[in-house]
Design a protein around this ligand. Sequence first.
Ligand SMILES: *Cc1c(COP(=O)(O)O)cnc(C)c1O
Length: 392
Amino acid sequence: MIPLTVPEIRGNEWKYIKECLDTKWVSSVGKYVETFEERFAEYIESRYAIAVVNGTSAIHTALMSTGITNNDEVIVPTLTFVGTVNPIRYCGARPIFIDSESNTWNISSEKIIKFIEKNTIYDESTGKLINRSSKNQIKAILPVHLYGYPTDMDHILEIARRYNLIVIEDATEALGSKYKGINVGKLGDIGCFSFNGNKLITTGSGGMIVTDNEQYAKKAKYLTTQARDDEKEYIHNEIGYNYRLSNLQSAIGVAQLEMIDEFIEIKRRNAMYYTELLKDVKGISTCIETPAVFNCFWMYSILVKKDEYCLSKNDLLRILENHQIQARSFFKPIHTLLPYQKFYSENIVVANELYEQGINLPSSVGIKKEEIERVVDVIKKGRELYKMQNIT
Ligand SMILES: *Cc1c(COP(=O)(O)O)cnc(C)c1O
């Protein structure tokens, strides 16, 4: 069986965990929490980093820390994992779903502008962008660097400046990716990362918020530690959350972070190998890296064009499964999911198409060359294998 992604644990993880256990510093205070935050901030080149329990809570905290609240509206791509959008609802805010670009698979800045021009009023004096139909304020854009590929941030930031919007990056899938030489997560006002077991580095479960804004950083730390105003007297002047990452998990994080450059190098090499082997397969394409971006290739992904490849995405997924290869479909666009059908989405075409065609291929750091060759072999012989499969 070739798995989709398994963590790579071969550094100092055991050593650091043992130290936590031996010293009994296992919980939400301890030197590894601070070390992890410091080294992470150093890696991203952000002023602040706040460790949290997972990527979803990182996004929730980022939204709260930047002042997103009841009935505010947030512009978000519909093609993403639901963990991007649920935190918007945790805040009582409302998503505005925007279509993807066909070349990067990320949110289309052109379509954001179209939405704004058609549906909003910008009040220069107050700096408020108001949704004409709901009368609510649109406060933020939440771009997602899907599967590792950086969003075209120049255009996003230009829109944000023009309409006074906060930019919260969902960089959970793109740790190590860069846009014009700058780490994703640092390009907007605040950025979010995940250390789930399937992400580039893992702490079992974990997340990180990064920002250069002192006020946001302080608020994030405050909200994630139960909004503690006075430790001794147990005074809490706001409703906070228990979102702090434990010392044990941070210890794993520190060890994983020591390996990150090697992980990215391997991931990129594997991605190039996939691309090389797949380049002449009719009907199969991938997302091409432009000179502006550096992709960590968290998840190597392909599109299956049914009229050229002669099989659909689902046909190919079934064949891969029958050959003990774990692949998976792209995310189902969020505007089609039951809790989100009532929110704004208009003219979504590209995201639906990408969903119809997109597959993530096995992308573990530890995948062997021969395993990549086996995956590609099955893809190449797809039609043949499909016939045989349907005969037997
Ligand atoms: C993984 C992921 C999240 C959430 O991270 P968790 O650590 O699983 O909570 C959010 N958004 C995207 C795009 C993700 O891939």
